[in-house]
Design a protein around this ligand. Structure first.
Ligand code: PEP
Ligand code: MG
Length: 325
């Protein structure tokens, strides 16, 4: 099976009726870069930059970050790398000088909130991403956005960095795409307000699920309630995709749900255009997409949206999965 999958690696990830999906890789460490091309990924859909903190409790400076991002940009070129700005806090690595103990870390200081509260650190990261954008194709993406004002503030900081570079004569990609992670229910509900100010959406289902059903994603006592096919979750995904298409932008999924092949028919049917998954599972997901019929998935997704339980929705997507692979 492995060699069969290898042979298919460079084929387009297209359904049997011609719907093309972008299948990209999630990475955390530079060491994973060699797996990206080998897996057949079309670029990196999520580069989690908080892992740069592993070597210390502070974010590396602008130069060190620019070096890391340029390496990724060059290696993955001509495909795109979506660099997610720092998402510390919650269950992530703490930044010693940044996070004080909080009673509710998942509802507290993490994601874009930290970046906006630490403009000097945020500026360093955005400047580093912009500098690296001269060496390949990069996109920037903001985590844990809960509403329009955060997105506008983040964009303002990005613009400020671009203006500085224009004045300093430093090369960067002036058309660098700016994406928003949709992982807070308020962002999914208000996706129509965010879409005019974004170039793409990437749904972070790990967080979106936990915040939608109020289940800590790392607490085993409530793990049975953590349901990717909960009717509320799939309605939020649908709302996001629809708001994106109404404004001419694409929507992807980069949470674990994107790599669960039982759910591929459902995500495809809901209109998702990109899946970003771990390089290990990527060839299998590619094979699954190639075996599916988009029209059939669309009908299944419509039926799913009218269901009253996660079990019923899971059964519908499983039905197609069993039939096709
Ligand atoms: C997510 O929340 O689904 C996601 C991809 O981001 P992370 O797992 O890094 O929070
Ligand atoms: Mg997340």
């Amino acid at each position: 099976l492995r060699s069969e999958l290898d042979a298919k690696r460079d084929e387009a990830t297209e359904t049997t009726d011609g719907r093309v999906l972008t299948l990209s890789a999630n990475i955390e460490f530079l060491e994973e870069l060699h797996q990206v091309k080998r897996s057949g990924a079309k670029g990196v859909g999520l580069y989690r930059t908080e892992f740069l903190l592993l070597n210390g409790s502070e974010m590396p400076d602008e130069n060190q970050q620019a070096e890391a991002y340029s390496k990724v940009a060059k290696e993955v070129s001509p495909d795109v790398v979506i660099v997610r700005t720092l998402d510390a806090g919650g269950d992530k690595l703490p930044i010693e000088s940044l996070t004080e103990p909080e009673p509710n870390p998942f509802l507290g200081w993490r994601g874009i909130r930290v970046s906006l509260a630490r403009p000097a650190m945020f500026r360093d990261q955005l400047r580093a991403i912009l500098r690296a954008s001269a060496f390949g194709k990069l996109a920037v993406m903001f985590p844990l956005v809960s509403g329009l004002s955060e997105l506008l503030q983040a964009r303002e900081m990005l613009q400020l960095c671009m203006d500085e570079f224009d004045a300093e004569g430093i090369a960067y990609d002036k058309a660098i795409p700016v994406g928003v992670m949709i992982e807070v229910p308020s962002a999914a509900v208000c996706a129509d307000l965010l879409a005019p100010h974004a170039d793409f959406f990437s749904i972070g289902t790990n967080d979106l699920i936990q915040y939608t059903v109020a289940v800590d994603r790392v607490n085993p006592h409530v793990a049975n309630l953590y349901k990717p096919t909960h009717p509320a979750v799939i309605r939020l995904i649908k709302n996001t995709v629809d708001a994106g298409s109404a404004h001419g932008i694409w929507t992807g999924v980069c949470g674990e749900m994107a790599g669960d092949i039982r759910l591929t028919p459902l995500l495809l049917g809901l209109g998702v255009q990109e899946l970003s998954v771990s390089p290990k599972i990527l060839p299998t997901v590619g094979q699954v997409i190639r075996s599916l019929n988009y029209e059939q998935c669309k009908v299944a997704a419509e039926t799913s949206l009218a269901q009253c339980s996660s079990r019923k929705i899971l059964d519908i997507t499983l039905g197609i999965a069993r039939e096709c692979y």
